[in-house]
Design a protein around this ligand. Structure first.
Ligand code: C2E
Ligand code: MG
Ligand code: MG
Length: 755
């Protein structure tokens, strides 16, 4: 049981480890999922952010370039005008400039001659040959200069310059238009998450050419983006973008610790680069629902997982506690005798196995039983009987040594395992227990039998050791007083003999080795004639006549007695049939029926069937059942007796006075004859008077109930006289006749001479 409990506990532990392992696995799986999911989501988000910035930049870049181109194209469109006029006519030139300014919307339009003299719509002619855009225009390049001081009114202006050529393609001057510096608001801007101020135009150095004055990022005219970037490597990359032709290149940068998503795109017609520099927070603000969904999802999963783990852990610990208490309860039931509160045989066997390992100490197995415990149950009831058993257990516990242990096998049968060094210690232990038990249970006189087996084989099984102590104890069964007996080898010999009997019994029956002896019964009183007989079995084997005492107890144990009894009954039927057929009125012959028949269904009808078979009336037969059967199952015994009577058999109680049945039971029991046991007839003079008194009582009580009495075991004339005087009806005993072969009985009872 303990091994089983250990196994259950180990299984439980393994399950726990398995569960922990599963949790770890699930957590790892979730971490892996998250580590894939989160980067995937953040990848998607960042790609989404990049695309948003990139898309806006592309759109705006095209838009702004188109805007700038529109400016230069409109200038170019009016360049021809100046081919058609006389350029030496300053007024005509100025007029043309005024016209163009009016048509294009530039603040001023200036025509610059190759010598650098500019005639403008403003009305002044001055030498502008030092201005870079003029130089470039005269060199044949179309330019767009931002944030230049206008020579005419000193206002900050954007300068657009286109070369003017004659039909031969020779440069005859430049046309320059100035306007207020470009503002992003002038074009239709695509915003990034509501931000219109995040666009910038840089020159190759990273200096701001244009920016929205409303931007919050501290990047304004005069700022240099490259120097503003926190990380030098990133700054170098950006510097590289500004000096190469790139298309919508996205880059993460940090300015003053703040993270930005940027996209750069080179202008096709200039060295400028347009950039979108958007705070990450602005972009991700638009992605907030996805981010919060992801965060909520992760939180939810974590909470769910944690919840599940907590729930399962609580459940497991509950189950663990339940199983643990079930194990403890189970162990208690398994190892604790519910009546005594002491060890069960299972615990005893386990203790025995451990104790036997100690070979340095001598051990003994002691078997203890109260003879006729049934009477205690009858007297005190079932619960009272249990009380006595409890008292017995406690008493044994008190008297055994500290290393000794004991158990109750069943009913009132106890086994004690005791260590000893001297046999006298065992005798003292037996005496101690007996006197303590007798003292504790003083309501009745206990007859305690103690069988002691000194364990002489260290490998002997507890069951075999117990059997041997039982054998010793059983030798005391009929002692009628408390005592102890040691096991000895002769008991084993008896056991072997029993085994031999069992080996041959079936064959012997078939060989008709079992034979009927008859002991005549005599009427007491005037006639002293033979009134019948008792059939007693004998076993003729190997030329020996074996008495029933040697084999009936064995047959009672193995059930073979039923066959023997039926056999004897049938043999008796045959005899009665024979006497009938010879013209005699058969004298009643009684046949002993073991108590093992009592619980056998159909027992009485079987006997009646045998009578039928031989055509014998049941009244010629008497069934003897020992009184001891009464305390095994009194109710059943009543039923059987009634049934026997109902078939017309005579019925007698055998060995009356040896059991524990009360005289009271006689009044209810449908019985014909009481066979008073010979143990009442004592040689002891002191007891003589008492015995006579008791027999007298029984006889007169039986008489009043119209029950016949027969006294068994009359060996002397005095006994015969006494019994006659006490009113006993019949007698059976050696004084009259011993059990005899059938032929002798026939001669005695009927005068039939053996042929
Ligand atoms: P029981 O039925 O009480 O039979 C009487 C026993 O007392 C017989 O012993 C008989 O020989 C013996 N007896 C008779 N008169 C005297 C006497 O004056 N002095 C002494 N000392 N003994 C006397 P037996 O034949 O040895 O039978 C012993 C027991 O065996 C019987 O006791 C009965 O219980 C049992 N038995 C015998 N035959 C059968 C049988 O066929 N079936 C069953 N189930 N039991 C049987
Ligand atoms: Mg008998
Ligand atoms: Mg008898």
């Amino acid at each position: 049981m303990e091994r089983k409990a250990l196994q259950i506990r180990n299984n439980l532990k393994n399950t726990e480890y398995l569960f922990i392992g599963l949790i770890v696995l699930v957590v790892i799986a979730i971490i892996i999922m998250m580590s894939v999911y989160i980067p995937a989501v953040s990848g998607v988000l960042s790609e989404h952010a990049d695309n948003e910035v990139r898309t806006a930049l592309t759109a705006n870049s095209l838009n702004i370039q188109a805007y700038f181109n529109g400016k230069t194209e409109s200038l170019k469109g009016f360049a021809n005008r100046f081919m058609a006029i006389d350029l030496s006519n300053k007024e005509a030139v100025q007029k043309a400039c005024i016209d163009v300014a009016g048509a294009t919307g530039f603040r001023h339009i200036g025509f610059t001659e190759p010598n650098g003299i500019t005639i403008s719509s403003y009305g002044e002619s001055e030498n502008t040959s030092h201005r870079a855009f003029i130089k470039e225009g005269l060199a044949g390049r179309t330019t767009h200069y931002a944030n230049v001081n206008c020579d005419f009114d000193d206002a900050l202006s954007d300068m657009y310059t286109v070369p003017v050529r004659n039909p031969k393609g020779e440069i005859i001057g430049t046309l320059t238009g100035d306007c207020t510096p470009f503002a992003f608001s002038e074009v239709d801007l695509m915003e990034v998450d509501g931000d219109y101020t995040c666009f910038y135009i840089f020159d190759q150095n990273g200096d701001v050419v244009y920016c929205d004055p409303n931007n919050d990022e501290g990047i304004s005219l005069g700022s240099n983006i490259v120097s503003m970037i926190d990380d030098r490597t990133v700054a170098n990359d950006v510097s590289y973008f500004l000096n190469s032709t790139i298309d919508d290149t996205v880059k993460r940068i940090k300015i003053g610790g703040k993270q930005y998503i940027t996209a750069f795109s080179s202008f096709t017609d200039s060295d400028w680069t347009i950039a979108a520099i958007v705070p990450e927070s602005t972009v991700y603000a638009g992605l907030a629902p996805i981010i919060s969904f992801t965060v909520v999802l992760i939180l939810l999963m974590t909470i769910l997982l944690l919840g599940a783990i907590i729930l399962v852990t609580i459940k497991i610990s509950e189950i663990k506690n339940d199983i643990e208490s079930a194990i403890i309860d189970g162990m208690k039931v398994f190892y604790t005798d519910s009546i005594t509160g002491h060890d069960t045989p299972a615990r005893f066997r386990e203790n025995y196995a451990v104790a036997m390992k100690d070979t340095a100490t001598k051990h003994a197995m002691i078997s203890l039983d109260v003879d006729g415990f049934k009477a205690i149950n009858d007297l005190f009831g079932y619960d009272g009987g249990n009380e006595v058993i409890k008292k017995m257990s406690d008493s044994i516990k008190r008297n055994i040594g500290k290393n000794d242990f004991f158990t109750r096998k069943s009913g009132d049968l106890f086994y004690i395992f005791a260590d000893f060094s001297d046999k006298n210690e065992l005798i003292a232990l037996a005496d101690r227990i007996i006197s303590d038990l007798e003292y504790q249970v003083n309501e009745v006189k206990l007859e305690i039998s103690v069988g002691i087996y000194v364990i002489d084989d260290p490998h002997i099984k507890s069951r075999v050791a117990a059997d041997r102590s039982d054998m010793a104890r059983e030798t005391l069964k009929n002692d009628k007083q408390s005592g102890y007996a040691f096991f000895d080898a002769s008991m084993l010999e008896k056991l072997r003999r029993q085994k031999r009997i069992e080996d041959i019994m079936e064959d012997s029956l078939a060989l008709r080795e079992f034979i009927v002896y008859l002991q005549p019964k005599y009427a007491l009183g005037d006639s002293n004639e033979v009134v019948g007989a008792e059939a007693l079995v004998r076993w003729r084997h190997d030329g020996r006549l074996i008495p029933p005492g040697d084999f009936i107890p064995v047959f009672e144990k193995n059930g073979f007695v039923r066959k023997i009894d039926y056999y004897m009954f049938e043999e008796v039927c045959k005899l009665q049939k024979k006497y009938l057929s010879m013209g005699y009125k058969p004298k009643v012959i009684s046949v002993n029926m073991s108590r093992v028949h009592i619980n056998q269904p159909g027992f009485v009808s079987d006997l009646a069937g045998i009578c039928d078979k031989y055509g014998i009336e049941t009244k010629y037969l008497e069934i003897e059942i020992t009184e001891s059967a009464a305390y095994e199952n009194p109710v059943k015994l009543y039923e059987i007796f009634r049934e026997i009577k109902s078939y017309g058999f005579h019925v007698s109680i055998d060995d009356f006075g040896t059991g524990y049945s009360s005289l009271n039971m006689l009044k209810d029991l449908p019985v014909d004859v009481l066979k008073i046991d010979r143990s009442f007839l004592t040689e002891n003079a002191d007891e003589h008077e008492n015995a006579s008194l008791i027999i007298g009582c029984v006889v007169s009580l039986a008489a009043s109930l119209r029950i016949h009495t027969i006294c068994e075991g009359i060996e002397t004339k005095e006994q015969a006289i006494l019994l006659t005087k006490l009113g006993c009806n019949m007698a059976q005993g050696f004084f009259f006749a011993r059990p005899m072969p059938v032929a002798d009985y026939e001669e005695l009872a009927y005068g039939i001479k053996a042929s």
